[in-house]
Design a protein around this ligand. Structure first.
Ligand SMILES: *[C@@H]1O[C@H](CO)[C@@H](O)[C@H](O)[C@H]1NC(C)=O
Ligand SMILES: *[C@@H]1O[C@H](CO)[C@@H](O)[C@H](O)[C@H]1NC(C)=O
Ligand SMILES: *[C@@H]1O[C@H](CO)[C@@H](O)[C@H](O)[C@H]1NC(C)=O
Ligand SMILES: *[C@@H]1O[C@H](CO)[C@@H](O)[C@H](O)[C@H]1NC(C)=O
Ligand SMILES: *[C@@H]1O[C@H](CO)[C@@H](O)[C@H](O)[C@H]1NC(C)=O
Ligand SMILES: *[C@@H]1O[C@H](CO)[C@@H](O)[C@H](O)[C@H]1NC(C)=O
Ligand SMILES: *[C@@H]1O[C@H](CO)[C@@H](O)[C@H](O)[C@H]1NC(C)=O
Ligand SMILES: *[C@@H]1O[C@H](CO)[C@@H](O)[C@H](O)[C@H]1NC(C)=O
Length: 752
């Protein structure tokens, strides 16, 4: 069998680029990298030498008693020649150069036959290397050997042994002429000084004979003729010295032999398992007359004739196993390649990755981002702790599995992965005319995607923190479907930082609505109550109805958007966290907005649901007073709205702080109830604040109280005016979408 062909066979594993591969990628991220040391497999039977004089002697060959499979494979390790141990086949005394198990071949060194004229005695001295392989498991390989004759006017033939009749038949031969010495060319074996011929199939013996009738010793420069078999690949080059000297006399040439085990086909051999030679469970048998050969199946290598002989090949040791940025993963009997973040397998080659131009599966894409985000976070944690268990926990805490689960059943998961092209079309190639805001984290563009107007958030500066915030926001929002929380429609992941696509909320932020006095808009107490209650419900939902709970972390009027019906939509989840299950483990850094920050959170660095309650208390104050949370123009002691309010409550002067507009509405009972609620929310001790659920329920009660006398929630005419104002100037409204009026507020991030 052709050795190169056999060796070129490699196991192909088709790897779906789906979650299976992703979960492997995940395992890779989560598990400490193991360097898998391949067990060095024994090639000979236990207790038997596995080499002789530097030549490996694998079973079925063996040196010594009970070390070989049969007499025919018995090897003698003889040290008498040159003092160097040299392996010989016991059966025919041929010197072994090496043995190949996969191809069932052995290279032996065979003596050159010669015929020389002794100048002194004028007598012919001849030597014929007579080899008969009949009765042994060996055959001359007819493809890889050739017959060569060297000399002047000399003919030689090789004889084929026909066992039964014990006669030999001519099998091949050639004649070499000389002419003059000057005619001979080094390296050319085409009839002048040297001739060669290929062998017929099935040569089982050689018996070289020189044809006396041709032979003449007339050439003064030549007195020897040679004939031998030699391996084609094992370079033999004719040299004119071979004609003029007796250099080749007594030399050997390598010859390739084929061998098989047993003397039956595989099917017959298999019937007796105790004598069946293919012992390894990862081996396969192939019938090759006169017997059969065993081989390790694809993906394994070693000695199939031994029980533990075939070992898994670590394909990943070869750096070319995965091309173009693929990560190699070894498996039993094969391997697969995973692609890095933002890449995928090419259509017809799972060993090759390409940049992911058109995401084929929602899951692949989103999960890769989620994973790489987690990878980054994990890396950060690892710098402090290197317990692999924490990594797993951390992953779960951040909802990675939840996202994976959702993606698997993506029918209910109203989340779309947009292509870069779609986004570019929608925003007219990020035309600045479509910019509707500059948020803390990026630029917000307005665009039409799939017939819906959407707000597209794109990060300007690429840094790890921004990426993390984006990833976090995506992860959190993708899990939520609540009418008072801005909906994340999808994302685009083909860019370095993912772009997030939100539903478009046309009426700007609550902050703008309250504080933009220029427009002089009037908001009724009823509308304010609705907005407050809806926002509270959204937050209560985040705290109590999601698993794990989500803490918003940056509740403020600028993060409450209003749609055309004045429905509140809580937005901006860049600062949010999923509630840690083991608090001691979790270190966050304080992030939020001045004037809304829970003082306890600033001290403890521990974001809790009560931090959101505090911030919400400030929003309630804004609704009541129509004053900014922090007023930098005011004297120092009056800057903070919450402290001003708490002081005013102390001395019963709250009335002075109230927005004139609602004061005239003669709803003091309702207003006082809201103020009381705000006061509770602003309690310095987080524990003593009500939960968001309680706040939402209380606001609901207050709303009912307010509604009772009139039985209407709000004045429809008022909504009309609101709508009119809104549609005038959507763009300017949106310029404050995420942006905070710089004079009024300041976003801070206090590092640990
Ligand atoms: C192999 O040959 C050695 C002598 O060279 C002999 O002692 C031994 O018994 C032989 N083993 C087998 C299995 O025939
Ligand atoms: C045989 O030995 C030569 C070196 O002596 C080595 O290069 C070659 O790979 C070996 N072949 C096999 C089949 O073991
Ligand atoms: C030729 O024959 C003589 C006598 O037998 C011997 O001594 C000599 O070594 C031979 N020469 C060669 C080159 O074999
Ligand atoms: C062939 O090569 C040998 C050296 O290997 C050199 O001595 C000889 O002269 C060369 N013959 C010709 C014809 O080039
Ligand atoms: C096959 O080998 C067994 C022993 O290995 C021997 O007894 C039998 O005669 C052989 N058969 C032939 C057809 O060579
Ligand atoms: C199977 O092979 C073993 C060992 O070669 C031999 O002793 C036994 O007789 C064989 N059994 C059959 C059914 O041929
Ligand atoms: C074993 O070899 C046979 C033919 O030689 C082939 O049909 C079969 O698929 C191989 N089995 C394995 C597991 O490689
Ligand atoms: C993959 O398929 C394309 C067209 O179908 C072909 O041009 C390309 O050569 C293939 N690549 C490989 C590695 O098979």
């Amino acid at each position: 069998m052709d050795e190169t062909k056999r060796n070129s066979l490699r196991h192909e594993v088709s790897t779906p680029y789906s979650l299976v591969a992703l979960s492997h990628l995940l395992l890779l991220l989560l598990s400490p990298s193991k360097t898998k040391a391949a067990k060095s497999a024994k090639i000979s039977l236990p207790g038997c030498p596995d080499s002789c004089g530097g030549v490996a002697i694998p079973y079925p060959f063996g040196i010594g008693l009970d070390c070989s499979m049969s007499e025919a494979f018995n090897v003698t390790c003889d040290a008498t020649l040159n003092g160097k141990p040299t392996p010989y086949m016991t059966v025919r005394g041929l010197q072994i150069l090496n043995i190949s198990i996969p191809s069932g071949q052995a290279r032996v060194n065979n003596l050159i036959s010669y015929q020389c004229c002794n100048i002194t005695t004028m007598k012919v001295e001849a030597f014929n290397k007579f080899v008969i392989l009949e009765g042994t498991p060996y055959r001359f390989n007819h493809e890889k050997n050739k017959f060569v004759v060297i000399g002047c006017d000399i003919a030689a033939t090789v004889f084929f042994w026909s066992g039964e009749d014990r006669v030999s038949e001519e099998a091949a031969g050639c004649i070499s002429y000389c002419g003059r010495l000057e005619y001979l060319i080094n390296g050319s074996c085409s009839g002048l000084g040297c001739c060669e011929t290929s062998l017929p199939k099935g040569i089982n013996g050689i018996n070289v004979q020189f044809d006396e009738s041709y032979n003449s010793w007339l050439y003064y420069f030549n007195h020897c003729g040679y004939a031998f078999l030699t391996e084609v690949d094992n370079e033999f080059e004719f040299d004119t010295r071979y004609i003029t000297t007796d250099e080749l006399t007594g030399k050997k040439r390598p010859v390739l032999l084929d061998w098989t085990v047993g003397n039956t086909t595989c099917d017959v051999a298999r019937t007796n398992q105790s004598s069946f030679a293919c012992k390894s469970k990862n081996s396969n048998c192939s019938s090759i007359a006169p017997g059969y050969l065993c081989n390790c199946i694809d993906g394994y290598e070693g000695n199939p004739y031994l029980e533990e002989g075939c070992q898994d090949i670590d394909e990943c040791a070869n750096q070319n196993s995965c091309s173009n940025r693929g990560n190699c993963h070894n498996t039993q009997g094969g391997y697969y390649c995973s692609c890095p973040f933002g890449w995928r397998h090419t259509r017809n080659n799972s060993r090759q990755c390409e940049f992911n131009v058109v995401p084929l599966a929602i899951g692949t894409c989103a999960a890769i981002v989620a994973l790489s985000f987690l990878g980054i976070s994990i890396y950060a944690i690892l710098e402090r702790r290197d317990l692999s268990k924490i990594k797993e926990k951390y992953f779960q805490q951040h909802g990675g599995w939840i996202l994976l689960e959702k993606i698997k059943s993506n029918q209910e998961f109203g989340f779309t992965i947009f292509t870069k092209q779609q986004i570019e079309q929608a925003t007219n190639n990020f035309d600045s005319a479509n910019i509707i805001g500059h948020g803390g984290q990026g630029t917000i563009y307005k665009g039409t995607l799939r017939d819906h107007i959407a707000a597209i958030k794109k990060c300007n500066i690429v840094d790890e923190n921004k990426k993390k915030e984006f990833g976090k926001e995506m992860l959190i929002l993708s899990q939520i479907n609540h009418k008072n929380i801005v909906r994340l429609l999808g994302c685009c992941l083909e860019v370095e930082v993912p772009m997030l696509v939100y539903e478009f909320i046309p009426n700007g932020t609550l902050f703008h609505r309250i504080h933009n006095k220029k427009q002089g808009s009037c908001i009724s107490l009823a509308t304010r109550l609705i907005i407050a209650q809806e926002s509270a419900e959204a937050l209560a939902y985040l705290h109590f109805s999601t698993s794990p709970p989500i803490f918003h972390g940056d509740v403020k009027s600028a993060n409450i958007l209003l749609d055309q019906n004045c429905t509140a939509k809580v937005s901006d989840f860049g600062a949010s966290i999923l509630a840690p299950t083991d608090e001691a483990q979790f270190v966050t850094f304080v992030q939020g907005t001045c004037g809304y920050l829970d003082p306890e959170y600033v001290q403890s660095h521990q974001l809790t649901d009560k931090s959101d309650v505090y911030s919400f208390g400030v929003v309630l104050l804004e609704l009541l007073t129509r004053k900014p949370a922090i007023d930098f123009d005011a004297p120092e002691e009056e800057r903070s709205l919450s402290s001003r309010f708490l002081c005013a409550m102390e001395v019963n002067k709250m009335h002075d702080l109230l927005d004139n507009e609602i004061k005239c509405e003669d709803d003091m009972e309702v207003i006082m109830k809201i103020a009381e609620l705000a006061k509770e929310c602003l309690n310095m001790k987080g524990e003593e604040r009500p939960t968001m659920k309680e706040v939402a329920e209380e606001l609901d009660r207050i709303r009912k109280l307010k509604r009772h006398p009139w039985g209407v929630e709000y004045n429809p005419e008022e909504i009309e005016t609101l709508l009119d104002e809104g549609s005038h100037n959507i763009e300017s409204e949106y310029s404050r979408y995420f942006n905070i009026d710089k004079e009024a507020e300041e976003s801070i991030a206090v590092g640990r």
